[in-house]
Design a protein around this ligand. Structure first.
Ligand SMILES: Nc1nc2c(ncn2[C@@H]2O[C@H](COP(=O)(O)OP(=O)(O)OP(=O)(O)O)[C@@H](O)[C@H]2O)c(=O)[nH]1
Length: 523
């Protein structure tokens, strides 16, 4: 048996019930798996959507906070510019102005310092109170920027290390111009990088979650949780600058960070007043791990449900298989009983010695033939056959040989060319009978003679017949009637054939005789 057949039998697939149950189980399983997959996918998508919303909210709030931080610095610078002597910055009273700057700085905690530079880059006032010996900042980017650009807007530069204190600061600067628009110096407010460092550390973020403040040209100002070596790194190739900010000022996206190659779900927001952008990024692999951990009970439950369904299916299959097996066994038993019944029926209707129809079958067949004859009004004939001198045969050869002889005569008679509807029977003892439905007297006598001739022709030795041949012969008597209904026609037919047989014996045996009216009238 090949594998497919084994599986089919194992699952009781060879029954229609088995197939129906298999179909239902497969539908249930597929539906279960599909539902679980759909639910889990939806749950993960919701997790990602929630995170995207969190990221954009965080970036927007931090952009707002950065905006306020730099706005305070700008306001301070604009105040300073307003308070510069109308005659020019060279007329600044150093001591007084330093105090003013110092006081202003103390009110704005994120400020590292406030400074005033002349057109040559020399510091002429500072909130630190004392102007250092080496204080020329004409090489600084912001200074060069303002010398070249005549506009009076705020400029936020890249992170620098303060020459006064060595701290990392973000320079916020404003150009000072004379009434003709000529360059007369630079006002500088430095914002502490640590201010953002501390501020960003307040948020409860995972290890690799990111919060960054960047210039819109892609330069990093501060990126939590990275070390200071990423400061001033150019990230202009990041999708944030190449794709997202090109399209909108705030939004979200997922990309792999250029800093550490970790995939993050980002939210970003551009500051309204300043060329800065804030990005908040959530570690996607960590989010996945935490989601898997949270979804584990659901996963296990779903798996258990599926296993339960499979087990239930297996139990049902087992029952169906047992059912089918029982049914098959019952069918086999029924077939066996039918066959035994058939054999018993045959045994009940067959003669044990010769295998011909027995007396019981003879009677049944005769009754049936007579009824048909009465209904169709067609003749039915009976030939009675008796072995001649069979007592002598038994006496001479013994009863065992007598039995064999009976069997041989049965076989010989069986070879007669009869119609299929005719019946040869052992009538009893050494007597045989042939019933010929739809057969008249001439045809019956012809068959009877054939029987006599064929037995004689077989030349079975019989020493005790008194004849010269010394072989076995039979005598036959036949009679035909067209039966009437409701009459004991069997008796009439048998008596007629018997009388004819008697005449055959009387006339010298080894012959066939048909019953005549004269014979029948003789009592
Ligand atoms: N071996 C054997 N003999 C049987 C069987 N049935 C009947 N017989 C014998 O058949 C013999 C019949 O003898 P009878 O009725 O006297 O007739 P017959 O000797 O054949 O003489 P006729 O009929 O006058 O020619 C008896 O000896 C029975 O014992 C049987 O089944 N086997």
């Amino acid at each position: 048996m090949n594998f497919r057949k084994q599986v089919a039998r194992g699952l009781a697939l060879n029954s229609s019930l088995g197939r129906s149950i298999t179909f239902c189980m497969v539908v249930l399983l597929v539906a279960g798996i599909a539902t679980s997959a759909w639910t889990l996918t939806r749950s993960w998508q919701k997790e990602v959507a929630d995170t995207e919303r969190d990221a954009i909210n965080l970036s927007v709030s931090q952009a707002r906070q950065a905006e306020d931080t730099f706005l305070q610095a700008e306001t301070a610078l604009r105040d300073i510019r307003r308070n510069l002597p109308a005659t020019g910055i060279n007329d600044i009273n150093n001591h007084q102005f330093n105090n003013y700057l110092s006081e202003l700085q103390q009110h704005i905690p994120q400020l590292h310092g406030l400074m005033v530079y002349d057109p040559q880059g020399n510091m002429i006032a500072t909130s630190f109170g004392k102007i250092p010996a080496q204080s020329n900042n004409s090489d600084r980017e912001y200074f060069i920027y303002h010398r070249r650009n005549a506009h009076g807007s705020i400029h936020i530069g890249h992170v620098i290390r303060s020459r006064s204190t060595g701290d990392l600061v973000i320079p916020v600067s404003l150009r000072i111009s004379d009434s003709a628009g000529g360059f007369t110096g630079v006002l500088l407010a430095t914002v502490k990088l640590d201010y953002f460092r501390h501020f960003y550390s307040y948020f409860e973020l995972q290890n690799r979650d990111l919060l960054a403040l960047l210039n819109t040209d892609g330069n990093t100002l501060y990126v939590r949780p990275f070390a200071d070596d990423v400061i001033n790194r150019n990230l202009s190739a990041s999708p944030l600058f190449t794709q997202e900010l090109e399209k909108k000022d705030r939004g979200n996206g997922t990309w792999v960070s250029a800093l550490d190659h970790v995939e993050r779900i980002y939210g970003f927001a551009r500051l309204e007043r300043y060329p800065l952008v804030v990005a908040a990024g959530y570690d996607k692999p960590a989010l996945w791990a935490s989601w898997v951990k949270e979804s584990l009970p659901d996963l296990v439950l779903n798996a258990l449900l599926l296993v339960g369904t499979l087990l239930m299916g297996a139990i049902i299959f087992r029952q169906v298989r047992m059912n089918v097996r029982n049914q098959n066994e019952l069918a086999e038993l029924r077939d066996e009983l039918t066959s035994i019944n058939h054999t018993l029926q045959l045994m009940a209707l067959a003669d044990g010695l010769t295998g011909l129809a027995n007396r019981r079958q003879f009677d049944l067949f005769l009754a049936k033939s007579l009824k048909a004859s009465a209904l169709k009004q067609k003749p039915v004939s009976l030939i009675m056959i008796d072995i001649d001198y069979f007592k002598h045969y038994n006496d001479y050869y013994g009863h065992v040989a007598g039995d064999n002889c009976l069997r041989a005569v049965g076989e010989i008679l069986h070879k007669l060319q009869l119609n299929t509807r005719d019946l040869i029977a052992r009538y009893g003892g050494e007597e045989f009978a042939i019933i010929l439905p739809d057969t008249g007297p001439e045809a019956a006598l012809f068959v009877a003679r054939q029987a006599v001739n064929i037995v004689r022709g077989a030349q079975i030795p019989h020493e005790q017949t008194g004849s010269a041949q010394g072989t076995l012969t039979i005598s036959a008597g036949c009679y035909s009637i067209t039966a009437e209904l409701n009459a004991d026609e069997a008796q009439r037919l048998k008596e007629g054939a018997d009388k004819a047989l008697y005449q055959a014996k009387v006339q010298g045996r080894n012959r066939a005789v048909a019953a005549t009216d004269a014979m029948l009238q003789k009592a």
